[in-house]
Design a protein around this ligand. Structure first.
Ligand code: NAG
Ligand code: NAG
Ligand code: NAG
Ligand code: NAG
Length: 365
């Protein structure tokens, strides 16, 4: 990129050398003066262009210009990550099983032009393992977050291994930890149904001075069901936002390219917010849920999420995994209880997250 900029600068210089003296000639300079002027200009510009890399302020300006271009592109692609389509078909082979098995669902990114240009990829086991090799991943939240863990582990583990851990993973209301030896990936699921629980988790990270590489958080359903007060939810989100910001070594505005202090570059964690799914009221399985989890209340909770400025789209530090849009697209066929969805939805969310990680770490597989 720097080379390209230098080349363009050089071309500009050549034009100046050519045209400025010609304009000067219009001002009746003698031919000799014009040659002298042209030569002096040429030498000055040539020396300038070639010395540019040795003057840090100039070359850092040039490279900051080029990284702004790249950054814009990255931001554009990140905003396109949710352009996903689901294909939900009746499952013809089985006719009398539970609701989820009645439909077969698959997902893919939309095939429209800007989305295709971003080259998002469905990662296989090998690619996902490469990407997550040696990292510490923490997923904290409610049952939605637990389902994200299932999808993520499903991607990096074989199906036999997956079968053997399902029991532990699904103990209700408990934490879960696993070390995937082959890739040295540590994954923690932290049961944290309320935003205040997440704030406590941030405090613990800070106290231990130990931060995960990837952090996925989400909560709201419990608050809606048991507190049903969206402004109180908003307050807890603002507290959480402040604790995340104080945890991150970089301010959110600067993106995730860690700054350099001395010679040590600080790595900053990638933090995601898992939104709430669409709640299909008629399918919710208790009276309390049907009363407290109505659409208008849910909307008020989403409004608070936006207002709290915890999400990057409203200037905060967390990248949104928009479960609402995903579950809406997959539809009622993808849920049995109006709240927990088919694996395909969480698979898509995990791939949005992994592709965001790829984009942010400038990696291409
Ligand atoms: C932006 O991304 C697109 C798609 O990956 C690519 O074709 C284009 O060259 C990129 N532009 C810049 C300025 O990096
Ligand atoms: C993980 O990284 C280590 C060292 O960087 C490497 O030796 C190992 O092969 C990697 N494993 C996988 C599965 O990529
Ligand atoms: C989560 O927070 C709630 C309310 O602040 C508290 O009652 C509960 O014990 C916490 N749960 C966990 C697992 O920390
Ligand atoms: C909702 O929460 C706010 C902030 O915690 C509180 O001031 C308000 O009284 C609560 N509203 C109700 C109806 O409980």
């Amino acid at each position: 990129m720097l080379g390209v900029v230098q080349f363009q600068f050089g071309a500009l210089a050549a034009c100046v050398v050519l045209f400025v003296p010609m304009a000067m000639a219009g001002w009746h300079l003698s031919r000799n003066k014009m040659l002298f002027f042209s030569g002096a200009l040429f030498i000055t510009l040539a020396v300038g262009v070639h010395l540019t890399p040795y003057f840090p302020s100039i070359s850092s300006f040039v490279s900051s210009v080029s990284s702004i271009v790249v950054l814009e592109n990255r931001t554009a692609c990140i905003s396109l990550l949710h352009n996903i389509v689901f294909d939900v078909k009746p499952n013809r082979e089985i006719d009398d099983l539970s609701n989820l098995d009645k439909f077969e669902a698959s997902w893919t990114w939309a095939r429209s032009a800007p989305v295709v240009d971003c080259e998002f990829q469905k990662l296989g086991r090998g690619d996902a393992s490469d990407l997550l090799n040696g990292s510490w991943v923490v997923v904290a939240g409610d049952s939605q977050a637990r389902l994200v863990v299932v999808s993520l582990l499903g991607l990096v583990l074989g199906s036999e291994e997956m079968g053997s851990i399902q029991g532990d993973l699904f103990k209700r209301h408990s934490d879960y930890q696993i070390l995937v030896d082959e890739i040295g990936m540590k994954l923690d699921f932290i049961w944290a149904p309320y935003a205040t629980n997440l704030t406590d988790l941030m405090r613990d990270f800070k106290q231990n001075k130990n931060y995960p590489d990837v952090l996925v958080m989400g909560s709201g359903l419990w608050h809606m069901l048991h507190v049903m007060n969206s402004s109180d939810f908003g307050i807890s989100l603002r507290l959480l936002r402040n604790s995340v910001v104080s945890l991150l070594p970089v301010s959110p505005e600067l993106g995730n390219d860690g700054p350099v202090t001395g010679s040590v570059s600080i790595r900053s964690p990638h933090v995601f917010w898992l939104g709430m799914p669409v709640l299909v009221n008629s399918m919710l399985n208790t009276q309390q849920k049907r009363e407290n989890m109505k659409d208008e209340i849910r909307d008020a909770y989403d409004e608070e999420l936006y207002e709290s400025k915890i999400l990057r789209r409203s200037g905060g530090p967390l990248l949104y995994l928009d479960a609402r849009s995903l579950t809406q697209k997959c539809g009622k066929q993808c849920t049995v209880d109006g709240m927990h969805y088919n694996r395909v939805v969480y698979d898509a969310a995990v791939h949005i997250m992994l592709n965001a990680l790829l984009i942010e770490s400038h990696q291409k597989l």
